[in-house]
Design a binder for this molecule. Structure first.
Ligand code: PLP
Length: 463
């Protein structure tokens, strides 16, 4: 054994304590450090020949890289939709690495059974019935990709084509309809050989809405003359957190044949709040559902869950036939239903957080974030030089400069706020107008944080 390996093995408990002390110091300083680092990272160093041992690696990391890491796990990183990591989920994540289980299947470990238990808990949390089975994947992009891959296989079933063997080309052109799809849907269609250009955006409701106009969707499906399609419904759009009417869309299946995939990456968490659960009414009717977990569940990157009612088609797409693994029968191992074969036990951090805080604890995070977004929206509406681009529907505030909101001036505002170290917001365009988004999904954020964000915005030069 290499001397550093042997040395580290003999001192493993000390090493883990060093890492623990370091992480505890970093997390204690999370709210005080600059939210974002905008200056350049150091250039690449040469590959170490002999190495330093783990203590040396920790010292080098602390010196060379840690100062440039953002406070994205902290309370005022409001860009994209960025959750943090609850204390219990970090505990679970550390143990995931320590145990280093391969979550591909049941062989010789209870790890897969823990994933099944966690998926069942999540299914209940989001109001899905027992017909939905699921698995952990790396993020909503892959969850959308898996759902659309099953939809593609379903189209094959309708047309008498075995897509998993014959290939996507054997299907001919595929029709994918959606109101305000997330950019990852186009990426998924590219990966799946369906093609980005096959995504047709259906008109949305008038009045600054992002929810699909169900009558327009009905008409678009009628125009297909009975050819089956894929519909991507959106439960929580990134700019204004608008929700498609899932029940009304599902009801269209009485007259049209389509696979209904719902992208509920973060909007699915509306189900946790009695005041907002109606927004995801009908989610259970979907054929496949995407929910991100590293966003609003507040588990560490990377984790999402995918659900589907057609495990048979899912297994057709993803099964990994091999003499030493055998063909899937009964309840297929996870490697037969997900893009990966070997896979990290991503369920463990979620299991820890759900066990530690339960449905009520996670509901409290969601409801607090919604209240914080409302507070932030009201503050922005009352700030000279700023105006809302849309009403605050759930947990995202979409706003811009009152006057002359050019892309350059809006970007300058975002840069100035980020340079203050107080908050991080990301740009968007809504209704043709450049703007910024403040997305609330971190378990640590409080009223006092919102007030600091508002103060940073008010102090930023907008002229
Ligand atoms: C974030 C998001 C995605 C993509 O999620 P990743 O975790 O980055 O892959 C897809 N859809 C919606 C609605 C999202 O908000």
């Amino acid at each position: 054994m290499h001397r550093h390996l042997a040395d580290d093995l003999s001192r493993l408990p000390d090493l883990l304590r060093s890492a623990q002390d370091f992480a505890a110091r970093e997390l204690a300083g999370l709210a005080a450090r600059p939210v974002a680092r905008l200056d350049g990272a150091p250039g690449p160093a040469p590959l170490p020949a002999d190495g330093t041992g783990a203590e040396g690696a920790l010292a080098r990391f602390a010196d060379r890289w840690a100062p440039g890491f953002s406070a994205s796990a902290g309370p005022r990183y409001l860009g994209f939709v960025t959750g943090g990591a609850t204390p219990a989920s970090v505990t679970g994540d550390w143990l995931t690495s320590a145990y280093d289980q391969n979550g591909s299947g049941a062989a010789g470990s209870w790890a897969a059974a823990l994933e099944h238990e966690t998926v069942r808990w999540l299914r209940e949390l989001f109001g899905l019935g027992e017909e939905h089975t699921g698995a952990f994947v790396t993020g909503a992009t892959v969850s959308n990709t898996v759902g659309l891959a099953i939809g593609r296989e379903w189209l094959g079933e309708r047309r008498g084509v075995d897509v998993s063997h014959a290939g996507a080309a054997a299907l001919g052109p595929v029709h994918v309809l959606s109101g305000t799809p997330h950019s990852s849907v186009a990426k998924a269609l590219s990966v799946l050989g369906i093609g980005r250009d096959r995504l047709r955006e259906v008109p949305v409701l008038p009045g600054g809405r992002e929810a699909v106009d169900v009558a327009a969707l009905d008409a678009a499906l009628s125009a297909l003359d009975g050819r089956p399609a894929i519909v991507v419904a959106n439960a929580g759009t990134v700019n204004t957190v608008d929700f498609d009417d899932l029940r009304a869309i599902a009801a269209l299946r009485e007259r049209h044949a389509f696979w209904l995939h719902v992208d509920a990456a973060f909007g699915g968490f509306a189900a946790l709040s009695p005041a907002h659960a109606h927004l995801v009414d009908g989610l259970d009717a979907a054929d496949s559902v995407c929910v991100d977990l590293h966003k609003w569940l507040n588990v560490p990157y990377d984790a999402a869950v995918q659900f589907s009612r057609r495990r048979d088609l899912q297994t057709r797409v993803f099964h990994n036939a091999s003499p030493y693994l055998g063909l899937p029968t009964g309840e297929p191992d996870f490697l037969h239903v997900t893009p990966e074969n070997s896979r990290r036990l991503r369920a463990l951090p979620a299991w820890f957080s759900l066990t530690a805080y339960g449905r009520d604890g996670h509901r409290e995070i969601v409801e607090r974030n919604v209240a914080l977004a409302a507070r932030c929206g009201a503050g922005i509406a009352a700030t000279d030089g700023l105006r809302l681009l849309a009403p605050v529907r759930l947990n995202v505030v979409c706003f811009t400069l009152s006057e002359d909101p050019t892309p350059e001036r809006v970007a300058a505002l975002a840069r100035s706020v980020a340079a203050s170290g107080e908050a991080f917001l990301t740009p968007t365009v809504f209704g043709g107008v450049p703007g910024l988004r403040a997305a609330f999904s971190n378990w640590r954020t409080t009223d006092a944080d919102v007030d600091r964000v508002l103060a940073a915005l008010a102090a930023a030069p907008t002229g």
